[in-house]
Design a protein around this ligand. Sequence first.
Ligand code: NAD
Ligand code: MG
Length: 363
Amino acid sequence: MAEEILQVKRNGDFYYPIYFEEGFDRLADAICTEGLEGRNLCIVTDTHVEPLYAEKVKRVLTQVASRVSVFVFEAGERNKNLNTVQQLYKALIENQLDRKSLVVALGGGVVGDLSGFGAATYLRGIDFIQIPTTLLSQVDSSVGGKTGVDLDQYKNMVGAFHQPRLVYMNMNTLKSLPPVEFACGMGEVLKTGLICDADFYEYVLANHEAIRALDTAALAKMIRRCCEIKAGVVERDPKEQGERALLNLGHTVGHAVEKLKDFQLLHGQCVAIGLVAAAYISWKRELLTEEEYNRIREGCLLYDLPVSAEGLDEAAVLAVTKKDKKMEQGQIKFVLMKGIGNSFIDRSVSDEELLEGIREILK
Ligand code: NAD
Ligand code: MG
């Protein structure tokens, strides 16, 4: 186990590796293999992850770096903003990071997005590596090169495409992750299977006991497949002009629920609800069988994800869904399923169909 590396295409012919490991020990080797040794490094992390893993990571990195500093900011999406980025810039200057230096993102998607953006813009761009510690960041946000921060209530309003030089996952970090955060990551995992790999979807359902018990072999297989699929989609469509939109499966209605619930439900939970809505619309169009529709709900339930949201007004959900940024010329760019593992983009979903899907998740 744990010898697996996935090579992901960066710009043109340039590849970077994703490591799937059970500890931090091989991080030093990974850095050297990429020719990143001897540099001035800054570990960027948050207040939840710092006490758990920063010391160990610093110890390993010290073996291969000229200097290692740590920048910690308060955990939480509300700190993924330009104020924190400014503090990060100051820390990078104080610690004398130059154009050859390296930012090390140690944490979940918030840390990864913010550090990546800091690295993309500091001195017009320096290298960074990712050490994702949430399931969501391991299967989703650490792949694809999107970095950025929020501006007031606008999510990911300011950002840049900046690919990491290396992604290093220590799957054992998931052991300290709160169960609800694990479930949220599973929302994106289920989505990934539903987009383009029916066998993978079945694997995730069939192996739910091992996966929930954080069995490393089962996790490695699952996380790796998610990275492979996302990397493939992103490689073929880096700037979201076509296929990349498939990654929004479940996100259209999901985002509306997330907003209206005023963030009482976490993103991955809303994605699960959105998957059910998309599946319902697909079933009503006879693109999915009833059995397949139920299998999709079952996947969510097996991983403690909600399949409905109570207490919302259907007209409000419809209105917010239609305001979604994936609207093009008045028509929503919706992702539907033609069987499990075969998603496609559809611009013809009517308000009536959408309402039916919404009613199904408000039951
Ligand atoms: P997060 O980074 O806020 O992590 C969730 C919580 O878990 C935080 O409180 C964090 O401190 C804590 N945590 C992290 N690792 C831990 C561990 N091993 N043990 C215990 N606690 C731990 O959130 P997330 O769900 O990882 O990521 C969400 C963010 O990712 C959002 O800002 C979203 O916009 C972004 N995102 C980006 C992309 C992309 O392509 N760049 C894709 C999807 C999501
Ligand atoms: Mg998402």
